[in-house]
Design a protein around this ligand. Sequence first.
Ligand code: SF4
Length: 139
Amino acid sequence: MIKEAMLFRSLPEQKVSCFLCSHRCTIADKKFGICGVRQNKEGKLYTHVYGEVIAAHVDPIEKKPLYHFLPGTTSFSIATIGCNFRCPFCQNWQISQSSKREKDEFAGHKLLPEEIVHAAKDHGCQSISYTYTEPTVFF
Ligand code: SF4
């Protein structure tokens, strides 16, 4: 779902400056930032991944990996497409590097914040993890 982003500044000539992450992208009209999910539309920055996930799983907390934090519990784990990293060893590259920005079409399905909380509770999870891709792009 497309939604006006937070943490950006409009610049002359319909450009925007995003300061969500340390890339500090300057983005021309219709173009995307390095993460592939934040797009300039006529001088305003929008996120394409609000209320959408590409993956949702119940994982052991130790897989996050967190040690000595709620040991033995499960964490409701979600991801969007897109990432601001380009790690050559990424095991989730199919989703992290998949923005489909060329087609203006984004993979994923709707899962609103309140639905994520309900799903986590329904599955008996004691935590929610932003995982599989770099979590900043959820913002
Ligand atoms: S990579 Fe994405 S989140 Fe980071 S500054 Fe660029 S547009 Fe913003």
